[in-house]
Design a protein around this ligand. Structure first.
Ligand code: HEC
Length: 113
């Protein structure tokens, strides 16, 4: 038991370090790895969500997550707004706050700077 808090703190610090500054400013950091897994499960039907993703089943006009991440002025607040409002082409896509936070953390990790 006494070792647990230290392990948890180390994990939090490791995750925080992996999150770009833009995400840290806007939102508490989500779980990057869970966000990526979630995106591959839920979003990859339409979007290319990871650079190494094979055989993307792309829907016309769905931008890749790296294009979204690197679009002008993108940040956690914008993604939060996009993901919490109804979306014409993603009608039933309702994320829990945790899923949204994780997937936003993942998308922002694809920013090149
Ligand atoms: C049924 C197909 C489909 C699925 C599933 C889907 N998307 Fe999309 N998404 C689209 C299309 C098409 C667009 C671009 C057209 C548009 O914005 O109307 C888009 C646009 C976006 C945008 C950019 C919107 C903007 O205004 O720049 C974000 C962010 C996004 N999707 C995130 C997600 C996330 C996160 C998931 C998974 C949780 C997801 N999408 C799942 C089809 C999909």
């Amino acid at each position: 038991m006494p070792a647990r808090p230290a392990v948890a703190l180390g994990l939090v610090m490791a995750l925080t370090a992996a999150v770009p500054a833009s995400a840290q400013l806007a939102l508490p950091p989500g779980d990057l790895r869970h966000g990526r897994d979630f995106a591959l499960q839920t979003c990859a039907v339409c979007h290319v969500v990871a650079p190494e993703q094979l055989s993307p089943r792309r829907v016309a006009r769905a931008p890749s997550f790296s294009a979204i991440a690197n679009s002008e002025g993108m940040n956690g607040m914008k993604l939060q707004a996009i993901l919490s409002s109804p979306h014409a082409v993603m009608p039933n896509l309702i994320l829990t706050p945790e899923e949204a936070s994780d997937v936003i953390t993942y998308i922002l990790s694809l920013r090149r700077r």
